[in-house]
Design a protein around this ligand. Structure first.
Ligand code: NAD
Length: 457
């Protein structure tokens, strides 16, 4: 079951099971606007079966529930090996469904899950899951690290494999079991993943997969037999999931949206021949459909025109086309709804008084597919909707600042706080500015996933 074509089952309890309902999810290619195929649409009864299978696996003392950390780590490494074997199929499936340039899918979607699995397998081997500590008042205390239980994992369409792995890799290391609900836009890659799970000898029921829409996600979140929810997606969905979990007193992890700042300091080297790739990765990766991107470009007023020209030059130089072409740098938006959203923000930006410095329309040479030209807005005020709201497309706003204090104040004047970057020839100056930005993580002259993790892979 390795190809991205029609499927008729779900992966539940270690086997491919017939769905309870008759609904189908059809995936439309963002590259061609043609149907790619369909899979069953999950129902509440399918989720019930998946949760029950995950619970059985969790409590099975002769199976996963009784496995040592070493046994789990070995299983995770086998899963990584099985994903390696399917890396080409995974990248192809993701790219075909969501428009991620195939080169990006090959570098991230087909690689990151294995890095995470091997990294967390290593942690599972090192971690003291049980420790006896001498009691302060005499006697001793046995301290155990116990898995939380059955996890409901809900992922978005933009990096479906990597974002699922961010949930199941640490969870498997801890001993949890999973019900994974992929987004309806990206379902086929989940079947390839299921194949790898089965081939790796992960015990039945440890990972169960039921694709479906937001109602199905909501059912999973509030299911009485789920112990924890792990969610990645939009802030609005995250807020409603947090409300439900708050009411249920259910632990929840939320990874939500972003509107990060890329702060260009007055001494930054903007030679695209040297830093073009890094700037692209930090601001436009995956067609702008990446949570951490620095989509607010903060430019010193003294270099404002030069920064606008540099970004306009970058946008104009990018290869826009089918995601499946190896040379493509900007593919289509994942769905027609997503393109509508991006175009509505471009209209809002113009309406608010920002000026288009590059792009702003649809590429003329591409008459099929949900493409948007890489777009650079100049003369943007940080209060404009295009600077405050997550667009999730290849649209950047260049905002002028006067001095470091002003740059930091603008960077922090946002509801979001996920990533960001500082661009400078003086590393220490960059770090000093970065320390003042209230956000999750910042890069200096690049924005990359955690390097120790990569080097250990
Ligand atoms: P979305 O919130 O619409 O959907 C994400 C997933 O949640 C989907 O599987 C969807 O079916 C499900 N869902 C939606 N509403 C739900 C609800 N009320 N209850 C349960 N499940 C629900 O997001 P999207 O449009 O698919 O993805 C894009 C968003 O994800 C962007 O905002 C992006 O920034 C964010 N994202 C964040 C990270 C991160 O690590 N912080 C990474 C990637 C994407």
């Amino acid at each position: 079951m390795t190809s991205a074509t029609d499927q008729n089952t779900f992966f539940i309890g270690g086997e491919y099971r017939k769905p309870e309902g008759s609904g189908r999810i059809t995936v439309i290619s963002p590259n061609t606007e043609q149907a790619l195929g369909s899979v069953p649409d999950g129902t509440d009864a399918d989720i019930d079966a998946a949760v029950a299978a995950a619970r059985r696996a969790f409590t099975d003392a002769d199976g996963w529930g009784g496995w040592t950390a070493d046994q789990r780590a070995s299983a995770m490494e086998r899963l990584a090996d099985e994903l390696d074997k399917r890396a080409g199929d995974l990248a192809q499936a993701v790219s075909a469904q969501n428009g991620m340039p195939i080169a990006v899918a090959q570098q991230l979607e087909a690689v990151f899950p294995q890095l995470l699995l091997r990294y967390y397998a290593g942690l599972a081997r090192e971690h003291a899951f049980e420790e006896t500590r001498p009691g302060v008042l005499g006697g001793s205390t046995l301290v155990t690290s116990s898995p939380v239980g059955v996890v409901g994992a809900i992922v978005p369409w933009n990096f479906p494999q990597a974002l699922a792995a961010f949930k199941y890799a640490p969870g498997l290391a801890a001993g949890c079991t999973f019900v994974l609900k992929p987004s309806p836009e990206t379902v086929f890659d989940a079947y390839i993943f299921a194949d790898a799970v089965a081939a790796a000898g992960i015990p039945e029921g440890v990972i169960n997969i039921v694709p479906g829409g937001r109602e199905l996600g909501a059912y999973l979140v509030s299911h009485p037999d789920i112990d924890k929810v792990a969610f990645t997606g939009s802030s609005s969905a995250g807020r409603s999931i947090a409300e439900v979990c708050g009411r249920l007193l259910r632990p929840v992890t939320l990874e939500l949206g972003g509107k990060s700042a890329a702060i260009i300091l007055d001494d930054a080297d903007l030679d695209l021949a040297k830093v073009g790739e890094q700037i692209f990765g930090a601001t436009l990766l995956n067609n702008g459909q990446t949570c951490f991107l620095g989509t607010r470009i903060l430019a010193p007023r003294s270099r404002y025109d030069e920064v606008v020209e540099t970004f306009a030059g970058l946008a104009g130089s990018l290869q826009v086309g089918s995601a499946l072409e190896p040379t493509t740098q900007i593919g289509p938006m994942a769905t027609s709804r997503q393109r509508d959203r991006v175009e509505s923000y471009i209209a809002k930006g113009k309406g608010d008084g920002a000026k288009i410095a590059a792009g702003g329309g649809r590429p003329q040479a591409l008459d099929q597919g949900w493409f948007v030209e890489p777009t650079i807005f100049a003369d943007v005020d940080n209060n404009y909707a295009i600077a405050q709201e997550e667009i999730f497309g290849p649209v950047l706003s260049v905002i002028a600042y006067d001095g470091d204090d002003d740059a930091v104040a603008i960077a922090n004047a946002s509801d979001y706080g996920l990533g960001g970057s500082v661009w400078t020839s003086d590393h220490d100056h960059g770090v000093a500015v970065a320390r003042r930005v209230v956000t999750g993580s910042l890069g200096i002259n690049a924005y990359l996933p955690d390097p120790p993790l990569l080097s250990e892979g």
